[in-house]
Design a protein around this ligand. Structure first.
Ligand SMILES: NC(=O)c1ccc[n+]([C@@H]2O[C@H](COP(=O)([O-])OP(=O)(O)OC[C@H]3O[C@@H](n4cnc5c(N)ncnc54)[C@H](O)[C@@H]3O)[C@@H](O)[C@H]2O)c1
Length: 180
């Protein structure tokens, strides 16, 4: 099973590294080409204890790769985590423009069943809106999930290891090991 994590910021990178360390094949994707190039050279732009080593170990093992080619990443992945930024909205509200941008990228090149997992901090109901936005543009199968965010500064890497247990889904059935 191939997994994509959209957004190679703090949350996306920790998520991608944690999933790869669980043994999954992961592509960490971002529209910031410079960031992707630097990550490919082993340069981690975020300070999180253990993250650089986690990224290096999984990159060398061939489980973690980086890409700015969003369409190819979507096509090759069964599960797509959305980990883009949502800060900066008016009056403290979330700015969902990056989330919708990812949704549109997925819809534009989705050719088969996908599981979309919202990892970004978003208002209640966003997973349903995301599903609606994507399905309104295609006839494919989609199952959307979300994770309660549980990042603590300095402990983010460790807290990711157990997060497979905390996924919730809008509808059943789910694909493969994500079920139940
Ligand atoms: N940083 C934290 O400590 C923290 C903690 C808890 C929750 N969160 C939440 O997690 C989410 C991500 O936060 P972050 O700090 O990692 O954000 P960030 O801004 O560091 O990273 C977001 C990344 O997404 C990329 N991106 C934007 N649009 C994209 C697209 N269409 N396709 C692919 N990549 C795209 C950006 O280039 C950027 O590298 C936010 O919702 C934030 O509120 C963050």
């Amino acid at each position: 099973m191939h997994v994509a994590v959209m957004g190679a910021g703090y949350v996306g990178l920790v998520t991608a590294g944690g999933l790869a360390d669980l043994g999954l094949m992961v592509t960490s994707a971002d529209i910031n080409q410079e960031r992707i190039q630097r990550l490919g050279e082993g340069k981690v732009p975020i300070f999180e204890p253990g993250l650089e080593e986690l990224v290096r170990r999984n990159t060398q093992a061939g489980r973690l790769s980086f890409s700015a080619d969003i369409q190819t990443t979507v096509r090759n992945s069964l599960v797509i985590f959305v980990a883009v930024g949502t800060n900066g909205g008016q009056n403290g509200e979330a700015d969902l423009s990056q989330v919708w941008s990812v949704a549109d990228s997925i819809a534009d090149c989705m050719e088969d069943y996908k599981v979309i997992v919202t990892k970004s901090t978003v208002p209640v109901g966003t997973a349903a809106q995301l599903r609606e936005r994507i399905t309104s543009r295609l006839n494919g199968l989609l199952n959307s999930m979300w994770f309660p965010i549980r990042n603590f500064l300095g402990k983010a890497r460790r807290s990711k290891i157990s997060f497979t247990l905390t996924a919730s889904s809008l509808e059943a059935p789910l694909a493969g090991p994500w079920g139940s």
